[in-house]
Ligand binder design. Structure first.
Ligand SMILES: *[C@@H]1O[C@H](CO)[C@@H](O)[C@H](O)[C@H]1NC(C)=O
Ligand SMILES: *[C@@H]1O[C@H](CO)[C@@H](O)[C@H](O)[C@H]1NC(C)=O
Ligand SMILES: *[C@@H]1O[C@H](CO)[C@@H](O)[C@H](O)[C@H]1NC(C)=O
Length: 439
């Protein structure tokens, strides 16, 4: 007998045990890594939606304000506090910090919690299997501004749902993505090739086009992709979650004088912007959980935390998935003003400009991912009308590539006519990102 029926049976058995309240001390998610992908993928797709991959902001730990406490995915009782260490280290004079993180009450023996710790200047991560006090040493601040930032805002702690990340990506796959080295770059390329089917064809020189600003117009769409560096790993994961082959977008604008500007969804702190654009609404600079806010908006409630949101959802007889599926309305105001992702910013500009014509009022730009944006059939489709400088003979791309060692690829680019309420009910999950028509 082949091992298949047995494995399927195993899953079903575990499911039912899980269902009638924890007779086994582990959950099916904990076991997924040992199952073949052909089975674990469908299981995961049924258990989770892509948003489970987004880290949730648990709080900011500041050095002078005691500790923060929260409930994790694996450990139900967690606490963190931060202490500065002396500034007498060689080279830098600013010192560093130690983060003390206490994990208690694991819900099973096999689970773990994966955390990301971020300041606008660094991203680091750690994962915990055991219940005890862990320490994370931050050797020295990058620059005085980082020290200032941490004094005021603290270090942001994000919890990654490990049942998902820890298992399905398998740590071996994910952790190197954050390394700012050639090895890190290679890991990002390999991850995107393996999990998204990206090809990364090397381009022939020149890798940099010489732009004639006269050919660039207001509204021209810029797609940016980063495969290395501090944020490269985040971009890679976000690409994987959303199916987009670009990690950031911006738009060209020309003023009356003919000066060319690049507009991005803005924030006063450029480094924070890069975090924001990656994790859409998770904003470390604010001690607010935007994710909860988004769910509160959907429920029409205010200031409920995730736990209460789940209770409220249950009370109303809808599932969490149904709650998530409620489309976001463009006029919802968040505590940081309107919550705008990089691409929603551009699309709202297009919307104002009338690109969506008569269906404008039924386009919710906040429902669009970067992928949804570049799939729209609103771009120049006649290659001969593209400027001369972007006709790199070797690439023959339907768009202009300005920079890069690898050929940009955008599957489905410029193919989808806009329609009313588009993208409001699209599942679009990795690894196939199937997009039912008219979703
Ligand atoms: C410290 O914590 C208290 C209550 O938890 C809060 O009201 C206050 O704003 C915090 N101060 C800073 C500087 O974060
Ligand atoms: C500082 O540098 C000196 C000499 O380079 C070395 O012996 C010492 O261990 C260093 N101290 C620290 C804290 O790194
Ligand atoms: C593409 O543009 C050129 C120049 O404007 C024009 O001559 C040609 O007919 C266009 N081709 C198509 C298929 O529209």
């Amino acid at each position: 007998m082949s091992p298949f029926p047995f494995l399927v049976l195993l899953i079903i058995t575990l499911f039912s045990s899980f269902g009638d309240s924890l007779k086994v001390p582990f959950r099916v998610n904990d076991l997924l890594p040992v199952l073949p992908p052909g089975i674990s993928w469908p299981v995961l797709n049924n258990l989770h939606s892509a948003v489970d991959l987004l880290p949730s902001f648990v709080g900011s730990v500041t050095p002078y304000n005691g500790s923060i406490e929260w409930k994790g995915a694996c450990f139900f009782d967690n606490q963190a506090k931060l202490e500065f260490t002396d500034g007498d280290r060689n080279g830098s004079g600013f010192g560093g910090a130690i983060l003390y993180l206490k994990t208690e009450e694991a819900h099973s023996w096999t689970c773990m919690d994966l955390y990301v710790f971020a300041t606008p200047y660094r991203v680091t991560w750690d994962y915990y299997f055991s219940a005890r006090e862990h320490t994370l040493k931050l050797d020295s601040w990058e620059e005085p501004a980082e020290l200032e930032y941490v004094k005021q805002h603290g270090i942001s702690v994000f919890l990654m749902p490990a049942g998902m990340l820890g298992t399905l990506l398998s740590l071996v796959d994910v952790l190197p993505l954050f390394s700012n080295t050639a090895w890190g770059q290679k890991s990002n390329l390999e991850f995107l090739k393996k999990h998204m089917g990206a090809t990364f064809e090397r381009r022939i020189q020149p890798w940099r086009a010489t732009i004639d600003p006269a050919d660039v117009h207001s509204g021209d769409f810029l797609a940016v992709s980063k495969i290395r560096g501090r944020w490269g790993g985040f971009e890679t994961l976000e690409k994987w979650v959303t199916g987009a082959f670009a990690g950031h977008t911006a738009v060209c604008l020309k003023d009356d004088m003919g000066n060319l500007w690049v507009g991005e969804s803005g924030h006063e702190n450029e480094k924070v912007t890069s975090v924001m654009s990656m994790w859409t609404r998770m904003q470390p600079a604010y001690a607010a959980n935007m994710w909860n806010e988004a769910l509160n908006k959907r429920l029409g409630t205010e200031d409920l935390d995730l736990h209460d949101i789940l209770l409220e959802t249950e009370k109303r007889g809808i599932t969490f998935d149904e709650l998530l599926a409620i489309p976001e309305q463009d006029d919802w105001e968040y505590s940081d003003g309107k919550s705008t992702t990089c691409v929603a910013f551009i699309l709202s500009m297009y919307k104002e400009a009338g690109i969506f014509g008569p269906i404008s009022s039924s386009i919710q730009v906040t429902e669009f991912t970067i992928r949804d944006a570049y799939m729209l059939r609103i771009f120049e489709d006649n290659q001969t009308r593209l400027p001369r400088w972007c006709q790199n003979e070797n690439d023959r791309l339907p768009f202009c590539q300005i920079l890069g060692e690898y050929r940009m690829e955008f599957p489905g680019y410029n193919t989808l006519d806009p329609y009313a309420n588009m993208n409001e009910h699209c599942p679009s999950l990795p690894p196939t990102y199937d997009r039912p028509s008219q979703c």
